[in-house]
Design a protein around this ligand. Structure first.
Ligand code: HEM
Length: 417
């Protein structure tokens, strides 16, 4: 199919208005009409704040796989100037972590962790995740005896924190503080953070820095059978200087921690909300539990926790015929691309049997390293829910955070019929 070119008649104000509506809690309650409107403007839409919005599945996929497009690294951020969002403390710290590294620097860090959630690690994690799911469903069942309960705070927020915290062997008493810092820190990765959001993110980054630097020092003093101690052993072999090894491991621990809890919590709440809204499919899944992994993939396609991925042009180029200058940023609108009718048949239909591809874990060399852990948590939770809570229903409209890049269900009230 001939790719649609960006329309020269695109009204800048129409795009601004679309994003301000999309950014509200009600826009987030159903972003699909906004994405349809955006796709109708073209595959490559000039962003009013600079750069371009890429809306088609094919182009997003192409950019992710093409090494001519890079992530916004520290050099690029510095070129944008100190007074911009890219000069914020939180942004500068993120620029030192794996998803903001390019070329050999990225390869070196990514290789150092290998496949974190491989066939040896996953079965061990599965046992503890199954136990946590049972415990959380016990708590939910107890709360539901008195009427309604918030699935999001009781289950979705707890499971990923306990999974990543347990894996990194962090003290459970630290989970509430770490979770709230992770929620604040994410603003620096949002599409258009406000000054006050950046300030929250900077403050959270400072506390997280101190926390994870201390953790690395503790594991240095008393190494154990945990990933941080294992990374220290690896990096001692890669760096001649112990301080450099400690710094590399601190950045790994910080990143792995930040990448995990919020994205996965969103996946879990979205999964439960979508399935409770589609009771026939939920019933079908109960009869065909072997399709639970397909259902999780369809949730990821239908409503990706992360809706925007950014890349930078390393040279003057064109995308679908639209000239793009070197150093320009493109926003890959994966939430829109996952609903591209040129790629998915009837994309607006939620269908757990679909087995369709999606870009929710990105693609190419930065493909999400935690995808298998997130999938394990979602499939384990769904298995437990189907077995234990047959009459569950949504009892009030969910509440979404007013954002664009990272979706978050703040409240998902459920009851039993
Ligand atoms: C549903 C949950 C999750 C979603 C939707 C998600 C999504 C993503 C996306 C879109 C990227 C790539 C960003 C880019 O290309 O610029 C990414 C990278 C990454 N994710 Fe996840 N993630 C999830 C869970 C996790 C978990 C649980 C972990 C770790 C335990 C994790 C660790 C990472 C790491 C380390 C990277 C960096 C990879 C690299 O730059 O090479 N993620 N994730």
């Amino acid at each position: 199919m001939e790719p649609a070119l960006a329309s020269p008649t695109i009204d800048r104000r129409a795009v601004v208005s679309l994003f301000s509506r999309l950014r509200t809690a009600s826009g987030q309650a159903n972003p699909l009409p906004f994405y349809a409107e955006l796709r109708s403007m073209g595959d490559v839409v000039p962003a009013p704040w600079g750069g371009y919005l890429i809306t088609s599945y094919g182009l997003c996929d192409q950019v992710l796989r093409d090494r001519a497009w890079q992530v916004p690294d520290s050099g690029w951020r510095a070129r944008q100037g100190d007074g911009t969002r890219w000069g914020a403390r939180s942004s500068r710290e993120m620029s030192r972590t794996m998803p903001a590294l390019n070329g050999m620097q990225h390869t070196r860090v990514r290789r150092s962790v290998g496949n974190m959630f491989d066939r040896n690690t996953l079965p061990v994690l599965r046992v503890s995740i199954e136990k946590t799911v049972e415990k959380l469903l016990d708590r939910l069942t107890g709360e539901l005896r008195d009427g309604e309960a918030d699935f999001s705070s009781i289950v979705s927020e707890e499971l990923p924190m306990s999974a990543i915290g347990g894996w990194l062997q962090l003290p459970p008493a630290d989970y509430p503080l770490l979770r709230s810092l992770a929620h604040d820190q994410v603003f620096t990765q949002e599409l258009l953070p406000s000054a006050s959001q950046l300030a929250r993110s900077d403050a959270a980054t400072e506390q997280l820095e101190a926390y994870f630097r201390r953790l690395v020092q503790e594991r240095r003093r008393a190494p154990g059978d945990d990933p941080v101690s294992a990374w220290l052993r690896t990096w001692d072999g890669l760096e001649s200087d112990q301080e450099a090894a400690d710094e590399a491991v601190y950045l790994l621990a910080l990143l792995v921690f930040l990448a995990a809890p919020e994205t996965t919590a969103t996946l879990l709440s979205t999964m439960v909300w979508l399935l409770l809204e589609h009771p026939l499919q939920l019933g079908w899944l109960r009869a065909h539990p072997q399709h639970i992994p397909d259902a999780v993939e369809e949730v990821l396609r239908y409503d990706s926790p992360n809706q925007v991925i950014s890349r930078i042009a390393t040279a003057d180029t064109t995308l679908a015929g639209v000239p793009i200058e070197k150093d320009r940023m493109v926003h890959l609108m994966v939430g829109a691309a996952n609903h591209d009718p040129a790629h998915h048949l009837d994309p607006h239909i939620f269908d757990v049997r679909r087995k369709a591809s999606h870009l929710s874990f990105s693609g190419g060399i930065h493909y999400c390293l935690g995808a298998q852990l997130a999938r394990l948590e979602a499939t384990t939770l769904l298995t437990g829910l189907l077995r234990r809570l047959p009459g569950l229903r949504v009892s009030a409209a969910p509440v979404w955070a007013p954002r664009v890049g990272f979706r978050r269900i703040m409240e998902l009230r459920v009851a039993r019929s």
